[in-house]
Design a protein around this ligand. Structure first.
Ligand code: ADP
Length: 422
C-alpha cells in the first residue's frame, strides 16, 4: 500500500506540472487547446505505463512473493496441515510455515532462504531440482535433532496466478516422519534373518550327520544310533520352530480381534500341568498347584491359552529345574487402574534372570543364554508368543526375578465375568 501511494504521488506531481505548463502555453496562445490536450494524454500515459511495466516485470521475477499467496487463507491452510509444512517462493524464500515446521527447524524465518534453516544436503538438492524442473521431488534424510528420525520430504511446485494475469510457482515443502515405518521394516528384516538362521543351524547339523552316516559311520552301529538320536532332536527343533512361527503369525493376524468365548482358565491350567507331568519327572521338579476349586471364567481363546501356560510352565521346568519346585497359582486382584483381573503366577526357584535381560525377554529370538536355550530345545519365540496372546486378550505379562532365587512370570487377564459355578 505504501508503495502504491508513493507512486501515485509522483505521477500526480508530474501530471500537475505538465497540466500547468500546457495551460500556460494555451493561455499565451502558443499552442492550440486540442494539441495541448493531446500532449496531456501522452503525459498521463507516460506517467502511468512505466509503473505498470515495472510491476509486471517484478511479478515475473519474484511476483509470487507478492500478493496472491500471501493471503490469510493460504496462511491458514499451511498452518492447518498436520505435518510440518513450509511454503516458499520460487527463489526459495520462506512465505509461510506452520507450527510443526517451526518445531522441526527452529531457525526458519519468513522472508529468509529456507536453506539457512534446513541445511541437510538432501533437502537443498530436492528443493533446487523442484525449482528448476517445476516437478514434484521426494527425498528422505536422517534428522538428528532432537532424536534420530527418518524424514521424508516432498517438494511440490504449485502454480499460482500473478498480479497481472500471468502464472508462476511457489514451492510447498511437506515433511513426514517415516521412523515407525522404517522400524517395522528393520524388524521384519531382522525377523527373517533370525528365522532363517535358526532353521539353518539344525538343517546344517542334519545334513552333516547324513554325510557321516553315508560315509565314515556307515558300518558303525553304535555311532548310527547316537547320530540318529541327534538328528531326531534337530528335526524336532525345526518342527517346533515352524510351529512357533506359525502360531505367532496367527496370533498377530488376529491381534485386533479380542476373543469373546467364555473359557474356564482353571481347567486349562490343570490340563497343561497334567500334560507336563512327564517333563517334570524327567527334570525332577515337583509342580505344586494352588488353584481355586471353582471355575474362573474369562473371555479367551482356549488353544491360545493352552499355548501360553504351556510356555510359561515348561520354561519354569526347563530353566528353573535346579530349584526342584514350581508353583502355579491363581489369584484375583485389581490392576493399578482398579480393574479386577485374574492373575496366574508361575514361580520357580531356579537361577533366576539378571535384571538387564528382563525388558528384552519377550523380544523374538531373545535368549539369556542361546546355547542353554538350544540344548533345552528352545526356539526363543515362547515368551514373544506369550506376550502376543496376552495382548490379544487385553492382558499383560509381569516378570519378576531375583538372581539365584528364581523367577515369577504372571499372566494378568481382565476379568470380564465373575467367578461362577459350572
Ligand atoms: P526359549 O524357546 O529359548 O525358551 P522363550 O522366549 O520362552 O524362548 O524364553 C526366552 C529366554 O528367557 C530363554 O531362552 C531363557 O534364557 C529365559 N527364561 C525364560 N523363562 C525362564 C525362567 N523361568 N528362568 C530363567 N530363564 C528363563
Amino acid at each position: 500500500m505504501a508503495q502504491w501511494s508513493e507512486r501515485l504521488r509522483r505521477a500526480a506531481i508530474i501530471l500537475v506540472a505538465g497540466a500547468l505548463a500546457l495551460g500556460a502555453l494555451v493561455v499565451f496562445g502558443d499552442v492550440s487547446f486540442p494539441r495541448a490536450l493531446a500532449v496531456f494524454v501522452c503525459l498521463v500515459a507516460g506517467a502511468l505505463i512505466p509503473w505498470q511495466l515495472h510491476d509486471a516485470e517484478q511479478a515475473r521475477g519474484e511476483g509470487i512473493g507478492t500478493a496472491p499467496v500471501e493471503t490469510p487463507v493460504v496462511r491458514a491452510v499451511v498452518e492447518g496441515m498436520p505435518d510440518p509444512a513450509v511454503l516458499l517462493d520460487r527463489a526459495g524464500r520462506v512465505l509461510h510455515f506452520n507450527t510443526a515446521a517451526g518445531q522441526l527447524a527452529p531457525a526458519l524465518r519468513k522472508g529468509e532462504l529456507a536453506q539457512f534453516a534446513l541445511r541437510s544436503p538432501e533437502i537443498i538438492t530436492a528443493l533446487r531440482q523442484a525449482i528448476a524442473s517445476a516437478e514434484p521431488k521426494r527425498t528422505t534424510y536422517l534428522d538428528h535433532v532432537p532424536v534420530d528420525r527418518w524424514m521424508e520430504l516432498i517438494v511440490t511446485p504449485i502454480a499460482v496466478p500473478t498480479a497481472f494475469g500471468g502464472s508462476d510457482y511457489c514451492m510447498l515443502m511437506t515433511f513426514h516422519d517415516q521412523t515407525p515405518l522404517r522400524r517395522v521394516e528393520e524388524m521384519r528384516a531382522d525377523f527373517v534373518a533370525n528365522a532363517s538362521h535358526e532353521l539353518r543351524t539344525p538343517l546344517a547339523a542334519l545334513s552333516g550327520f547324513i554325510d557321516t552316516l553315508q560315509g565314515p559311520a556307515r558300518e558303525d552301529a553304535k555311532a548310527r544310533e547316537r547320530f540318529l538320536a541327534i538328528m531326531h532332536a534337530q528335526a524336532t527343533r525345526m518342527a517346533r520352530l515352524i510351529d512357533d512361527l506359525l502360531s505367532l503369525s496367527r496370533v498377530e493376524l488376529s491381534a485386533h480381534v479380542r476373543p469373546d468365548t467364555s473359557v474356564d482358565i482353571v481347567t486349562i491350567i490343570r490340563q497343561v500341568v497334567d500334560g507336563l507331568e512327564s517333563l517334570a519327572k524327567e527334570r525332577q521338579v515337583a509342580i505344586e498347584i494352588d488353584l481355586p476349586t471353582l471355575p474362573v471364567t474369562i473371555a479367551g481363546d482356549r488353544e491360545e491359552l493352552l499355548r501360553l501356560f504351556e510356555n510359561l510352565i515348561e520354561n519354569a521346568l526347563k530353566y528353573g529345574a535346579s530349584g526342584g519346585r514350581v508353583i502355579v497359582s491363581l489369584v484375583m486382584a485389581n490392576s493399578t487402574d482398579g480393574t479386577p483381573e485374574v492373575r496366574v503366577m508361575v514361580r520357580d526357584f531356579g537361577p533366576g534372570i539378571a535384571p538387564e535381560h528382563l525388558p528384552r525377554l519377550t523380544e523374538r529370538f531373545y535368549r539369556v543364554d542361546v546355547g542353554d536355550s538350544r540344548n533345552q530345545g528352545g526356539t526363543g519365540l515362547g515368551l514373544s508368543l506369550v506376550k502376543h496372546i496376552l495382548n490379544r486378550h487385553r492382558g499383560r505379562l509381569l516378570i519378576e526375578s531375583v538372581l539365584k532365587k528364581g523367577a515369577t512370570f504372571t499372566a494378568c487377564f481382565p476379568q470380564t465375568k465373575t467367578t461362577q459355578n459350572t
